[in-house]
Design a protein around this ligand. Structure first.
Ligand code: PNW
Length: 512
C-alpha cells in the first residue's frame, strides 16, 4: 500500500515540520515538540511551516449513499427540509470529490501546497456509527486519497469530525447523550488503525461551537433541534470528554508507533470592545470565553475546567430561572485533570472581527443570554458575500496573540481562513484578503514571537456552504456545479497563493 519512497518522503516532511526536536518526542511529553525555528526575515515563513488548503467531507464529497455509506444528519436534514438550504442545495453530489479526488490533489499540487486539511465522513467508514459494520469502500477511498497526497509531497491533516454525525447516532440523541463519547473513541480507533501509519496530524473536532449550535436552533445546522442553553451545553460537555478520550487513546496505544499529533480546531472571530470602557472590554473578553474558552479552558488552560465567568453566569441564570441544577454540566475533579493538556496543538479557524458591548440578548435560556454580549459589525470595512464576514486583517493578529497569551506553549495551526464572494474567476478581493491576513499572521509570528506552525486556506474548492448552499463561494478553484463532470478551474487568486506557497514569503511592502 505504501512504498518506501513515500515513507521516507513523509519522514522528511515531518522532520521539516517539527524541526530538530522531533527525534526527542516520546509519549507523555507533547506540545513543545512542534516548535519551528525563527524565520530569516519579517516577510518569510519559518522553515517547516505547513501551507495548504482545507475542505470538509460533507461540503465536497457527494456520493451521499455511494458504496455502502450510511446516512448522516446533514443528509437527513436537507432531504427532509430542502427549504433549509438556499435554493434547495444539499451535499448529495457537491464537488463529487468522492470520485474526483485525484483532481483535487492536482489542484493542491498546482497551488504548491505541502499540506491538505480534509475531513473523514464517519458514516462512510461506519455506516451505523458503530463498528458492527466497517465499510471497506470507505476505507479504500481515504486510503487512495492519502496515498496520492503523499506521492505528491502533500501532508494529510485530517479532521475526524466536521459536523456529519451518522444519523443512527442522532436516533439515540446525538452529542447531548454522553454515550456518544464511547462511539467516537471506537471510530477514532478505526481511523488510527487504518490511516495512522501515514496520517501524522489529527484534528478530533472541527468547531465544536458550530456542532452544538445544531442543538440550539432550527434550520441553521443539523440536527436542527431547538434546545438552546441546554442541549448545546450538554453536547459541548460530551464533545470535550470525547476529544480528551481520543487524545489519551492515541497517547496510550498509537503514539509510540505512529509518532503523530492530535489536536482540536476551535473557531473564533476577534471580539473588539465597542468602546474602551471597562464594561465593553469585559464584554469582549466574556464573548471570547463563551465562544472559545468553553472548549479551550478545559483543554488548554493550566487550571482546566470551564472558564470561571461561564460557570458563574450559567449557574446564576439557571438558579434565577428556578432550575434545580445548572444548565452547564460539571466535570468531576478527576475529569478536569484528565481533560487538561489533551492537545498537541491549538487549531483555529478565523475569518472576521466584530464589535462587542455588554447587553441583554438572546432567548431565556440561551448561551447568548448567558454571555450577555451584543456583537455587531464594523461600519467601514469591506464586506464579503457571507453576511458575517468583513475584511479586518488586524483582528487576526490580535486573536493569535490572545490565544498565545491565554494558552501559552501550544503550537497554533490556522486550520481555516478565507473570503467569500459570488464566484468570479478574477477574484482580486480574495487575493487581497489572503495576502493581508497572511501578513498579519506573519507579524504575529515574526514580530510578536508566536509559534504558529501551519496555515490551510478555506477553501481549496467552491463547495456546499452549508445552509448558504452553492451560491456563496470560498474556493481558490471554481467548480461548475451545473456540469455533471464538476470541472475545477483555478481562479486568479491561485496564482498569487501558489507564488507565496513556493517562495515561502510575502512581498516586503506589507511590512514597511
Ligand atoms: C467554518 N461565523 O464555519 C466551517 O468550518 C466551514 O465548514 C465553513 O464552510 C467555513 O467556516 C465558512 O463559513 C464557520 O459565524 C461558521 O463566524 C460560522 C462562522 C465562521 C465560520
Amino acid at each position: 500500500m505504501l512504498s518506501k519512497g513515500v515513507v521516507s518522503l513523509l519522514t522528511a516532511c515531518l522532520a521539516l515540520v517539527a524541526g530538530s526536536t522531533l527525534g526527542a518526542a516520546t509519549a507523555g511529553t507533547h506540545r513543545r515538540h512542534l516548535r519551528l525555528p525563527r524565520a530569516g526575515a519579517v516577510n518569510q515563513f519559518p522553515d517547516g511551516f505547513m501551507l495548504g488548503a482545507a475542505t470538509a467531507s460533507y461540503q465536497i464529497e457527494g456520493g451521499w449513499d455511494a458504496d455502502g455509506k450510511g446516512e448522516n444528519i446533514w443528509d437527513r436534514m436537507f432531504h427532509e427540509h430542502p427549504e433549509y438550504g438556499t435554493n434547495g442545495d444539499n451535499g448529495d453530489v457537491a464537488c463529487d470529490s468522492y470520485h474526483k479526488y485525484a483532481e483535487d490533489v492536482q489542484a493542491l499540487k498546482n497551488l504548491n501546497a505541502n499540506v491538505y486539511r480534509f475531513s473523514i465522513s464517519w458514516a462512510r467508514i461506519l455506516p451505523n456509527g458503530d463498528t458492527d459494520v466497517i465499510n471497506q469502500a470507505g476505507l479504500d477511498y481515504y486510503n487512495s486519497l492519502i496515498d496520492l497526497l503523499l506521492e505528491n509531497g502533500i501532508q494529510p491533516l485530517v479532521t475526524m469530525y466536521h459536523w456529519d454525525l451518522p444519523q443512527s447516532l442522532q436516533y439515540i440523541g446525538g452529542w447531548p447523550n454522553p454515550i456518544l463519547a464511547d462511539y467516537f473513541v471506537e471510530y477514532a480507533r478505526v481511523l488510527f488503525e487504518n490511516f495512522g501509519d501515514r496520517v501524522k496530524f489529527w484534528i478530533t473536532f472541527n468547531e465544536p461551537a458550530a456542532v452544538v449550535s445544531g442543538y440550539a436552533s432550527v434550520g441553521r445546522a443539523a440536527p436542527s433541534l431547538p434546545a438552546p442553553g441546554i442541549g448545546d451545553y450538554l453536547a459541548a460537555h460530551t464533545i470535550i470528554k470525547a476529544h480528551a478520550r481520543v487524545y489519551h487513546l492515541y497517547q496510550e496505544q498509537y503514539k509510540a508507533s505512529q509518532q503523530g499529533y492530535v489536536g482540536i480546531t476551535l473557531n473564533s472571530a476577534w471580539n473588539e470592545p465597542a468602546t474602551n470602557s471597562t464594561e465593553d472590554i469585559e464584554a469582549a473578553e466574556r464573548a471570547r470565553q463563551f465562544e472559545v474558552g468553553i472548549y479551550a479552558h478545559p483543554i488548554f488552560s493550566e487550571e482546566g475546567d470551564y472558564p470561571p465567568v461561564m460557570r458563574q453566569r450559567v449557574d446564576a441564570n439557571s438558579a434565577a430561572e428556578g432550575r434545580p441544577r445548572s444548565r452547564l454540566p460539571s466535570f468531576t475533579s478527576e475529569e478536569v485533570a484528565y481533560i487538561r493538556g489533551t492537545s498537541d496543538f491549538f487549531g483555529v479557524n478565523h475569518y472576521s472581527s466584530v464589535l462587542s458591548t455588554s447587553g441583554e440578548t438572546g432567548t431565556i435560556p440561551s448561551k447568548e443570554h448567558d454571555a450577555g454580549v451584543i456583537s455587531y459589525s464594523f461600519d467601514s470595512y469591506p464586506q464579503a458575500a457571507s453576511s458575517w464576514l468583513q475584511v479586518i486583517p488586524w483582528g487576526f493578529r490580535k486573536l493569535l496573540n490572545w490565544i498565545a497569551a491565554e494558552y501559552p506553549e501550544y503550537p497554533i495551526i490556522v486550520t481555516e481562513n478565507g473570503y467569500s464572494d459570488w464566484g468570479e474567476l478574477d477574484d482580486k478581493n480574495r487575493t487581497d484578503y489572503y495576502t493581508s491576513y497572511l501578513a498579519e499572521m506573519l507579524k504575529a509570528i515574526n514580530t510578536d514571537g508566536n509559534n504558529v506552525i501551519g496555515y490551510t486556506a478555506w477553501s481549496l474548492l467552491d463547495n456546499l456552504e452549508w445552509t448558504d448552499g452553492f451560491a456563496i463561494k470560498f474556493g481558490l478553484y471554481q467548480v461548475d456545479f451545473n456540469d455533471p463532470e464538476r470541472p475545477r478551474t483555478a481562479k486568479d487568486s491561485v496564482q498569487t497563493m501558489a507564488q507565496i506557497y513556493a517562495s515561502k514569503e510575502l512581498p516586503i511592502e506589507y511590512f514597511e
